[in-house]
Design a protein around this ligand. Structure first.
Ligand SMILES: Cc1ncc(COP(=O)(O)O)c(C=O)c1O
Length: 418
């Protein structure tokens, strides 16, 4: 490309003169957003060598992008993996992770029953179509998981570090041992914990997945997903899905997520502290039937104590309203003034979600009942605001929507479970 564009017609100048050829020598102190979809080289020989991997570089953003690479490398290091690949959403990352486990018709996936609803559907309705069978188990019952694994010889075990929406903490070390004894690989969705609270590969997991849309980004302005494997062998599959299925992460989103990650540690400290305060407050509220928070029950506490950062139990608190009806849950949600009615989690602001109509909407009502996802269940993602304001808003919404008979004997919170 010619340096001096003045010799060209205005039509050519408009196209060629806007490219820019001189770049500053200084290192930028924030990650540049490389929006280029394509790259050109001095010669075809050089381009060919970059394509083949003989020379480093980028050829086409579906095959790799410098901004996205910064995010992948940051996550690879944070999770102590050998390879990390980013995708356009957490679901795309889960799909890639499952694909990397070389599933084929007849393969079995042993899945936690307590998965995000869309993950359950991905297994049943996408992988299921290709003859891959998913069997669900209660991963808090390790004997049941072990006997299912021994009987079914699954290729993959999959669970969430802190489950959606009942917040059960997975004993990752024990699940990894069961998986490896029976020749399976363990995928852990670490979205609810983030790498600040837990690094599943350090506990024996094989592949860890994040929806970067949640705590990593943290500001409800970017969607993305990342899969990180302990095994460099997975580079081919994780990269192959990226290139050929093409659900790549946009460099714009990668930049937003990278910016969010800079404050992940301080945000998580505050999120978790506020969640602890809210859970403790709600425990004693007679309008609440049950509080789910990993910092409560003793068993969960000991698993959480081993798996999560000390003193941190996550930023989610789920509550079941005393009358447990959809009508009351909707009224409570409608009466929130500060807390956002949301379809996500992990943002700096506090938000509330109704799992039966959002995260687990696609499960049948009967299945939701079996799992304990009742009509009166509300999942609260506790933000970093002043906790007293969060509590005050939830209190006022309870007062204006829940009519609990406080004189009923024994009408006290039943306490938390993991
Ligand atoms: C635990 C968990 N994993 C994965 C996902 C999917 O992430 P995304 O919405 O970025 O595809 C979600 C979404 O809510 C989730 O809660």
């Amino acid at each position: 490309m010619a340096e001096d564009k003045s010799e060209f017609d205005i039509l050519t100048q408009l196209v060629q003169g806007t490219l820019g050829t001189e770049w500053p020598a200084g290192q930028p102190t924030s990650t540049p957003i490389y929006t280029a979809a394509t790259y050109t080289y001095e010669s075809m020989d050089q381009m060919d060598k970059v394509f083949s991997g003989e020379l480093p570089g980028y050829v086409y953003t579906r095959h790799g992008n410098p901004t996205v690479t910064v995010l992948e490398e940051a996550m690879r290091v944070l999770e102590s993996g050998s390879v990390a690949r980013a995708y356009g959403s957490g679901m795309a990352a889960l799909h890639a992770a499952l694909f990397a486990c070389e599933l084929s018709p007849g393969s079995v996936v042993l899945a936690s029953q307590d998965l995000y609803g869309a993950t359950t559907n991905l297994l049943l309705n996408i992988f299921g179509v290709f003859g891959i069978k998913t069997v669900f188990a209660d991963f808090s019952d390790l004997d049941a998981v072990r006997s299912q694994a021994e009987a079914m010889k699954p290729r993959v075990l999959i669970a969430e570090t802190i489950s959606n929406p009942l917040l059960k903490v997975c004993d990752i070390d024990a699940c990894a041992e069961i998986a490896h004894k029976t020749g399976a690989r363990l995928i852990i969705d670490n979205t609810f914990a983030s790498p600040y609270l837990c690094q599943p590969l350090q506990h024996g997991a094989d592949i860890v997945v994040h929806s970067a849309t949640k705590f990593l980004g943290g500001h409800a302005d970017a969607m993305g997903g990342i899969a990180i494997s302990r095994d460099a062998f997975d580079t081919g599959a994780l990269t192959g899905v990226m290139k050929l299925v093409g659900g790549v992460l946009s460099p714009w989103e990668a930049h937003q997520i990278l910016r969010g990650m800079k404050t992940l540690g301080v945000r998580m400290d505050r999120h978790c502290e506020n969640a602890k305060g809210l859970a403790a407050h709600l425990q004693n509220d007679v309008r609440i039937g049950r509080v789910y928070f990993p910092g409560g029950a003793e068993t969960a506490k000991s698993i959480a104590g081993r798996v999560l950062r000390p003193g941190h139990f996550g930023a989610l608190v789920s509550v079941e309203l005393k009358d447990n009806s959809r009508e009351t849950a909707f009224r409570f949600m409608d009466n929130l003034r500060l807390v956002a009615r949301s379809t996500s989690l992990g943002d700096v602001f506090t938000s509330a979600l109704h799992p039966a109509t959002a995260s687990h909407r696609d499960l049948s009502p009967a299945r939701r009942r079996e799992l304990g996802i009742t009509e009166g269940l509300i999942r609260i993602s506790v933000g970093i605001e002043n906790v007293n304001d969060i509590i005050a808003d939830i209190d006022q919404a309870l007062s204006t929507s829940v009519h609990a008979d406080v004189s009923v004997p024994g009408a006290v919170a039943t306490g938390s479970t993991g």
